[in-house]
Design a protein around this ligand. Structure first.
Ligand code: PGA
Length: 263
């Protein structure tokens, strides 16, 4: 199903909310902070740890909120201990899945090959993959950002055709900017615009102008309500992947409202 909203604010809870009590508290606070939340041009997507997905989906009933997972395996089911299938995610209310996050690549040995199969199967199972691509600090220093991004896009989207690319969200997430908590560690407006244009050009080249126009390109890395406008709105990004700030529901709601206003 096509993504209708112009902006996506995606909460990546990572391995936080580590107990039932914390989940209940977060949900209570979200209920309080999201009263009267109405988004038309924007959508808030909550990606909690998989064990809490059902709690999130059954407790939050706002039209402008969707749910997702932080990874999915490249098989539907079978003898794959600890695997999480995209069909499982959708049957528990998920519509999105974060794939290829740098923490998955670093700590779980995720390869480009795996990411490409996961992306393809997620789309087949009607989930929107949020494909994360970005350079690390060394690659940035060596001015290899462009090559890194193009290489990851080429490999990770190898099984995605013209008819389904619009189901995918591309997240530019420079690894050096993740959890940096330091304004000096945010990309400049120029760097963001360059990355966005590069990704768009890649999509136009591979899928044609009209398909590329329908793909949302978002930014991730130390986004909060104070810097969202400057980092995302001004660079033309169509939303953000939010890590640390997701722990605070009022922050997420505030960011979603700024995205909606800045449409
Ligand atoms: P951060 O995380 O907002 O804490 O930098 C973003 C992410 O890794 O998704």
């Amino acid at each position: 199903m096509r993504i209708k909203e112009k902006h996506l604010i995606i909460a990546n809870f990572k391995m936080y909310l580590s107990g039932k009590g914390q989940v209940s508290q977060w949900l209570r606070n979200f209920d309080r902070d999201s009263k009267n939340l109405e988004l038309i041009e924007s959508r808030l997507v909550l990606c909690p740890p998989a064990v809490s997905l059902a709690d999130f989906a059954s407790n939050i009933e706002l039209d402008c909120v969707s749910f997702g997972a932080q990874d999915c395996f490249w098989q539907d089911e079978g003898a794959y201990t600890s695997g999480l299938g995209s069909k499982m995610v959708s049957s528990y209310g998920g519509k999105f899945v974060i794939l290829g996050h740098s923490e998955r690549r670093k700590y779980f040995g995720e390869t480009d090959e795996a990411v490409s199969h996961k992306t393809s199967l997620a789309v087949k199972n009607r989930l929107h993959p949020i494909l994360c691509v970005g350079e690390n600090a060394d690659e940035k220093r060596r001015e290899e950002t462009k090559e890194v991004l193009l290489n990851k896009l080429e490999k990770n989207l190898q099984f995605i055709g013209k008819g389904t690319i619009e189901e995918v969200v591309i997240c530019y997430e420079p690894i050096w900017a993740i959890s940096a908590n330091n304004p000096d560690h945010l990309p400049t407006a120029n760097e963001l615009m360059e990355a966005r244009v590069l990704i768009k050009k890649f999509l136009v080249g591979k899928y044609g102008q009209s398909a590329a126009e329908r793909v949302r390109i978002i930014y991730g890395g130390s986004v909060d309500s104070k810097n969202y406008r400057e980092v995302c709105v001004e660079s033309g990004m169509e939303g953000a992947l939010i890590g640390g700030a997701s722990k605070m529901p009022y922050e997420l709601v505030k960011i979603a409202k700024i995205a909606e206003e800045g449409k």
